[in-house]
Every structure is written in structure tokens, then in C-alpha cells.
Design a protein around this ligand. Structure first.
Ligand code: PXP
Length: 245
């Protein structure tokens, strides 16, 4: 299941973060979605958080209706979110852990501890033909349980990798990611990755051939302030393509 091509999911949550700072309509999320697509986004990713700190319910329905590009909805495995996902029917859903006080998603989902709760959630989403992934730390025990739950795809949490500063710890973190990607691949699963990836650290993760999709948000939206969103996405797209040449 090695993949030469690598999809780029652009997470546009932080366009909504800026909008929510004033509660109006600026910046326009749909305009941002079009710019990201023009820059080379294969997927649009949004996280509808329980506290609605950035993306709102109206945003996900608007994107689903207005955009043909596949929509990847990140969500907590709560009944409220699963009901929304089932009515929205996005192309894919990524189940993530959520804590109210966190600044961003801080760790992978504990599928071992939550297996009983996750089973009906996964089934409800799959019944709607939604591709289900789970956001996991590079931990093979978690990956195995995800597979046993009938989940076809994992998104490896690259947050720990992105925080490393020494060459030795970067290499160690990359080895862990590669090893877990291989393990999931051997189980017949698809592998995505994301969190904390930026223009400097993305190449090494994009070079893990088994990885089929990267979801990247903050660094692209930050770069967009200076160079525009279309350029920022296009520059990231080129980094991904270079890693597969
Ligand atoms: N993937 C998942 C599952 C996430 O929760 C996030 C953050 O919303 C991302 C990718 C993107 O992370 P970042 O904004 O750090 O690029």
C-alpha cells in the first residue's frame, strides 16, 4: 500500500479564528477555501470543536454545499458531533481527542481506553460511507486496536516530532513515526499525518512513503498573512511533491 502521491489537506480553522475574534464575516471562509484549492489543496480540513472557538456549524454546511473538493471533518467522538457528521456526510472524518482548556489537539486519541464508546461511533459514520480515521500517537498498541475496531486509516500525530530541537531527538521521533507507519501499513491500514508541520520540518515526514496525506493548518495560515493563502498553500504543495520525486 505504498503511495507515491501525497495529498495535502489544508486546515482552514484559523481563518475562522481571526473572524471569530470580531464575530463578523471577515475574513471570508469560502474565499479562503477557494484560495487554498487554487494553491493546490487536495482536501479541506476543518475541526468543529465542541466550544466552537473557530469553525461554526454554519461553516461546515456552507463548505459542504459550496465546494467540490473533499471535506475532512475533525471531530470529538461525542453524540452531538457524530449527529452533525452523519447529517453533513463529509468525504472523511478524523476522530480526535478534545479537552476544553487545550490550545490545540494535544495528544492522540486513546482508542484502547475508549474502544467501547468508539465502536458505535465508527459504525455510524461508516454506515454513511464516510472514510473514518483516528488521530493517534505513534503507538503500535493503539494502532492495533484501531484496526480491530474496523478503522481503515490512522492519522499519526506529528506534534511531538515538531517540538524536537536536537538532531538526535528529531531522528528518534521520525523513526517512531516511520515504524508506526510501517506497522499500520502491514495491518492494511492507510496512513495520514499531521500537527505542527511547517515549511522547515515537513520534508522528512513527507518522505515517509507510506504516508498518503498530510493535514496542515497553522503554519500555512501564518505564512498566508505575508504572502497570501494561495501562495502559502502552493509553496507547501511544492515541498510535498519534492519529497516524492
Ligand atoms: N491534524 C489534526 C487531527 C489536527 O487536530 C490538527 C489541528 O487542528 C491538524 C492536523 C493541523 O495541525 P496544525 O494546525 O498544527 O498544522
Amino acid at each position: 500500500m505504498k503511495s507515491k502521491s501525497l495529498r495535502l489537506g489544508v486546515n482552514i480553522d484559523h481563518v475562522a479564528t481571526v473572524r471569530q475574534a470580531r464575530g463578523g464575516q471577515q475574513p471570508d471562509l469560502l474565499k479562503a477555501a477557494h484560495a487554498a484549492i487554487k494553491g493546490g489543496a487536495d482536501i479541506l480540513t476543518v475541526h468543529l470543536r465542541e466550544d466552537r472557538r473557530h469553525i461554526q456549524d454554519t461553516d461546515v454546511y456552507m463548505l459542504r454545499e459550496s465546494i467540490d473538493t473533499p471535506l475532512n471533518l475533525e471531530l470529538a467522538a461525542t453524540s452531538e458531533m457524530v449527529n452533525i457528521a452523519c447529517s453533513l456526510e463529509p468525504w472523511a472524518c478524523c476522530l480526535v481527542p478534545e479537552r476544553r482548556a487545550e490550545v490545540t489537539t494535544e495528544g492522540g486519541l486513546d482508542v484502547i481506553g475508549l474502544a467501547k464508546q468508539l465502536k458505535p461511533v465508527v459504525e455510524a459514520l461508516q454506515d454513511k460511507s464516510i472514510e473514518v480515521s483516528v488521530f493517534l500517537d505513534p503507538d503500535n498498541r493503539q494502532i492495533k486496536v484501531a484496526q480491530e475496531l474496523g478503522i481503515s486509516t490512522i492519522e499519526l500525530h506529528t506534534g511531538n516530532y515538531s517540538l524536537q530541537t536536537s538532531q538526535a531527538s528529531i531522528s528518534q521521533s521520525l523513526n517512531q513515526l516511520t515504524e508506526s507507519a510501517n506497522f499500520a501499513n502491514q495491518l492494511g491500514m492507510h496512513v495520514h499525518a499531521g500537527h505542527g508541520l511547517n515549511y522547515e520540518n515537513v520534508f522528512a515526514v513527507a518522505s515517509i512513503e507510506i504516508v498518503e496525506e498530510l493535514n496542515i493548518g497553522h503554519s500555512i495560515i501564518a505564512a498566508a498573512l505575508f504572502e497570501g493563502l494561495e501562495n502559502a498553500v502552493s509553496r507547501m504543495r511544492k515541498k510535498l511533491s519534492a519529497a516524492r520525486e
